[in-house]
Design a protein around this ligand. Structure first.
Ligand SMILES: [Fe+2]
Length: 209
């Protein structure tokens, strides 16, 4: 192994909270409403909003990936607009890490969010994300973030470089077991997803390795 392969320059990256971006990011992607078909419980409400506002930016991610090596870290910033489809708050697509034993942390920069997590056995956990709090997503939890506030939700995140993402796990079970919906006042609550299909023992065993 050459020293040059292992040795990288230290660096600093500004979190542009108002823009919801990482300055000096090496990558960026965004999701608009038209990219999010099938995520929300209320398909009729989704179609109505889609017809008027298909290009609406819902969330964006900018990150820095120093290398692919297992002990390295990917970090970045995500920004999600406030809003709802019917009663359900805007959310990210969600995933489990392709290497499912890899964890992640999220740090609240601005806004008010919920990290919705689900174990392979179908248990739900929620962690509220507010500025200057760290949410720890342990290994083996499916996770997605939800903006339950009235302002953009901006978070900094960090996870191992070799974690990867499996986005299909949520689609295979008909969505996550719970949806984060308005409580009719200024808050949020969980609603059962009627289309949810529990994972079988074989699928769980394959993921647990
Ligand atoms: Fe993740």
């Amino acid at each position: 192994m050459e020293i040059g392969m292992k040795f990288r320059e230290p660096a600093s990256f500004a979190v542009a909270v108002a823009d919801g971006r990482l300055a000096g990011a090496s990558g960026r992607y965004e999701k608009r409403l038209r990219d999010l078909d099938g995520l929300y419980g209320d398909a009729l409400a989704f179609d109505t909003v889609l017809q008027r506002d298909a290009d609406k930016l819902v969330y964006e991610v900018s990150d820095f990936r120093p290398s692919e090596s297992g002990g390295d870290l990917i970090f970045g910033v995500t920004r999600m607009e406030p809003g709802r489809i019917g009663q359900e708050f805007f959310l990210t697509r969600g995933h489990i890490h392709a290497r499912a034993d890899r964890p992640e942390i999220y740090y609240g920069e601005s806004g008010r969010g919920v990290m919705l997590m689900e174990s392979l056995a179908g248990e739900t956990r929620t962690i509220e994300i507010v500025p200057r709090s760290i949410c720890y997503v342990p290994p083996y939890w499916i996770h997605r973030s939800v903006n339950v506030g009235e302002e953009p939700l901006v978070m900094t995140f960090c996870y191992p470089s070799d974690a990867g993402q499996d986005y299909e796990i949520i689609a295979r079970s008909g969505g996550m077991r719970h949806r984060v919906v308005s409580d009719g006042a200024a808050g949020w609550t969980l609603a059962e997803n009627g289309a949810y299909k529990p994972r079988g023992a074989d699928e769980i065993a394959a993921i647990m390795g």
